[in-house]
Design a protein around this ligand. Structure first.
Ligand code: GLN
Length: 321
């Protein structure tokens, strides 16, 4: 096994979990009416899945929440495999913007800065399975994510879709409408494309729901070079995973990504609903959920947990062990 003494590892993790539950910093997001109402809770869940399928969950590990920007790395990996890296990197960059995740700004080649922030993700969502109709695109995306998470399609699934959250975001996504009109004005997306249609696809992708148990498997597939550790199925090419992890390290934690790379040194992604995933390449995927976010829109507890985890286990890529 990758984690040879799993019981001792779990004892250590349980202590860190309890320690982090004392962290009360951060604020609840007010981004949408739905998130404001349903995410103003003290839920705290942590799950692990190793690349050889050892799993554990703590606290609110069954609580469902919306992926939000946690879907961006998966959309990017799918886009690389569907359309090839040359095409993808001709339309979206590989640098941080230096601004917030929802900044309305393009790089000097007229592209969104990277696929981890809203502009890049909206652009990629506009191209996702374009030959299919909207309902098929939604179904195909859900099915693809379930495959990454090693899950069967069922109503009970721990990877689903929250219609109320989706409708609420559709009403409140004024910033994303602005981003989308800007992308169209600058011809990043086809000038014939209907902005509302593009936003529907993007917003549906953001409102896929997971819990930390299922998200940890999605993360572990990235840790495992694209092969789901539960089913053994190849979900992404090695190259797509390599690019995705690089991009997550460079830009996954919004405008805190540089400090994150220094202090934690692991590819990670946050979502505005308080979910976080951290990848330890060739070892495991970690999923965390705690809705209070900091000024960079990253979960405050997750950041604390990651630093305590690193202090103990030296997972930082450049830690001399
Ligand atoms: N759906 C959210 C938005 O578009 C995602 C942002 C996030 O999770 N950081 O603003």
């Amino acid at each position: 096994f990758v984690i040879s003494d799993f019981p001792t590892f779990l004892t250590d993790i349980r202590e860190m979990y309890i320690d982090a539950s004392n962290i009360q910093e951060g604020h609840f997001t007010e981004y949408t009416r739905y998130l404001k109402e349903y995410h103003s809770t003290d839920e705290w869940g942590v799950s692990f899945c190793s690349v050889d399928g050892q799993r554990a969950g703590f606290g609110s590990n069954k609580q469902m929440f919306t992926l939000q920007s946690l879907m961006n790395p998966f959309l990017y990996a799918m886009s690389l495999d569907d359309m090839g890296p040359e095409k993808i990197h001709s339309i979206v960059g590989q640098e941080t913007s230096g601004g917030q995740y929802n900044v309305i700004k393009l790089d000097d080649k007229g592209r969104p800065h990277n696929p981890m922030a809203n502009a890049g993700a909206i652009l990629l969502s506009s191209l996702y399975k374009q030959s299919l109709n909207k309902s098929e695109r939604h179904g195909t995306f859900l099915a693809a994510l379930r495959k990454v998470g090693g899950l069967k399609a069922s109503a009970e699934s721990s990877l689903s879709f929250d219609y109320a959250a989706f409708m609420s975001e559709r009403e409140d996504c004024h910033r994303n409408s602005s981003i989308c009109y800007y992308l169209r004005e600058k011809k990043c997306i086809d000038t014939n494309m209907d902005v509302e249609q593009v936003l529907d696809v993007y917003t549906q992708m953001c409102n896929v729901t997971v819990n930390t148990d299922s998200l940890s498997v999605l993360a572990a597939t990235l840790a495992n070079g694209g092969i789901c550790p539960i089913t053994g199925e190849q979900c992404f090419s090695n190259d797509a995973v390599k690019s995705t992890l690089s991009c997550m390290l460079a830009a996954g934690m919004n405008d805190h990504s540089g400090i994150w790379a220094f202090t934690i040194g692991l590819p990670a992604k946050s979502g505005i609903s308080g979910g976080t995933m951290i990848i330890i390449p060739n070892v495991m995927g970690i999923a965390l959920y705690s809705p209070k976010i900091d000024k960079s829109a990253n979960s405050a507890r997750a950041a604390h947990f990651a630093s305590v985890l690193n202090a103990k286990f030296h997972f930082h890529e450049y830690d001399p062990v």
